[in-house]
Design a protein around this ligand. Structure first.
Ligand code: APR
Ligand code: PHB
Length: 389
């Protein structure tokens, strides 16, 4: 098979890129290791920056997001039993959209189907080859036979554990990493959200977050040791812990119920540089991971995809390779912005194992300054609603 752009990975990055390129008249083939049902069963964060919202609209998947998503103009930050609101709209004139990543992925699959986009599932042993030539290709196995896709470019949208990044020579790749000494235990429950906005809580027992998917579907998290056995966290144990960590008036209003999903995820910051090598471009989790505090993961992926799509369209339409040449540098500038913000927000809100009384006072003082200073809130809000493209 021959195509112009072979995309490895059918998560949100790969699907969005294939959709944008197809709309611009560029052929793509997406190779995905898992089944569609598996991809759609993954539950991830749920906050879209406004730039992401606009790009998803451009990609043709605006209608359901606009009908069912919730624009949020601020968020609540709590410290022990009190707290304050950061108003995104007042400080930056912008807002965010609360709409689950699972819904974005499902909308993207429907849009790909409607355009007869080629997404090959259960592609095994996907291997990109000849990436430093002008005639790269990708081999894989499906139904017991080896197959080959010849192409002009390979785009690695295959997440942190994918094969694409590992296809770059070791002496080219530089990796940066911070692993945080705790995880997030998250549950989904068919209960009304405790508040109409998100609550991020710093508490001496550890961080907690109240989020949502819709009027009757809530998403809550508590910071927990990453090696805690999940069985230890019965629903009752989870609700008790959450109630202790959020302000009393919120705990009193909290409606609890059985969890319909429960998982414990580690937190890390990770960046791979460069994001292009020869005819290979990396997008999304294939090149970087952020801790979930601030929900930057999907938004960063969407930013990469925008730069990659613009660069590929300029190449195929106008023979202009400047976007491809600048891709890594442009994408990484934005990536490091979000890496810094999510590291800062994680460090400010969580309880670290070795945290001293001094460290604790510093966290409290920073939150007090954030409460008192419109300038400090503006910096936080600018990052939360999304740095410009
Ligand atoms: N061959 C083919 N497909 C692969 C391979 C492989 N060797 N390895 C991984 N994949 C697929 C995975 O099965 C997955 O469906 O690539 C896809 C990558 O999807 P994601 O991990 O969701 O990454 P991405 O599309 O970049 O989305 C970024 O997802 O992880 C969150 O926080 C992140 O919200 C952000 C978003
Ligand atoms: C979520 O709804 O899953 C969510 C929201 C905000 C975050 C992280 C996760 O910062």
């Amino acid at each position: 098979m021959r195509t112009q752009v072979c995309i490895i990975g059918g998560g949100p990055s790969g699907l969005l890129l294939s959709q944008l390129l197809h709309k611009a008249g560029i052929d793509t083939v997406v190779l995905e290791r898992r089944t569609r049902d598996y991809v759609l069963s993954r539950i991830r964060a749920g906050v879209l920056e406004w730039g992401s919202v606009e790009l998803l609209r451009d990609a043709g998947i605006g209608p359901r997001m606009d009908a069912e998503g919730f624009p949020h103009t601020g968020t609540y930050l709590a410290l022990q039993n009190r707290g304050f609101r950061v108003d995104f709209h007042k400080t930056t004139g912008k807002q965010v959209m609360v709409y689950g990543q699972t819904e974005v992925t499902s909308d993207l699959y429907k849009a790909r189907d409607a355009m007869d986009g080629i997404v090959i599932h259960e592609a095994e042993g996907v291997t990109p080859r000849a990436l430093d030539s002008t005639a790269p290709y990708v081999t894989y196995h499906k139904d017991g036979t080896e197959r080959r896709v010849d192409c002009d470019f390979v785009i690695g949208c295959d997440g942190y554990h994918g094969v694409s990044r590992r296809s770059m020579p070791a002496n080219v790749l530089k990796e940066y990493e911070r692993v945080y000494p705790f995880g997030w235990l998250g549950i989904l429950s068919e209960t009304p959200p405790v508040d109409h906005e998100l609550i991020y809580a710093n508490h001496s027992r550890g961080f907690a977050l109240c989020s949502m998917r819709n009027a009757n579907l809530s998403r809550y998290y508590v910071q927990a040791p990453v090696d805690d056995p999940i069985e230890k966290w019965t629903d009752d144990a989870f609700w008790d812990e959450l109630k202790r960590r959020i302000p009393e008036e919120a705990a009193d209003r909290l409606v609890t119920g059985p969890s319909i999903e429960k998982s414990l995820a580690p937190l890390r910051s990770y960046v791979a540089e460069p994001m292009r090598w020869g005819r290979l471009l990396l997008c999304g989790d294939a090149a970087h991971i952020v801790p979930p505090t601030g929900a930057k993961g999907l938004n960063l992926a969407i930013g990469d995809v925008k730069y990659a799509a613009d660069a590929l369209v300029a190449h195929f339409r106008h023979g202009d390779d400047s976007g491809l040449e600048q891709y890594s540098q442009k994408a990484l500038a934005r990536v490091w912005g979000a890496i810094r913000f999510s590291w800062w927000f994680t460090t400010l809100m969580h309880r670290f194992p070795e945290q001293s009384d001094f460290d604790q006072r510093i966290q409290e003082t920073e939150l007090e300054q954030l409460e008192a200073s419109v300038a400090a809130q503006t910096v936080m809000a600018e990052n939360y609603v999304g740095l410009p493209y």
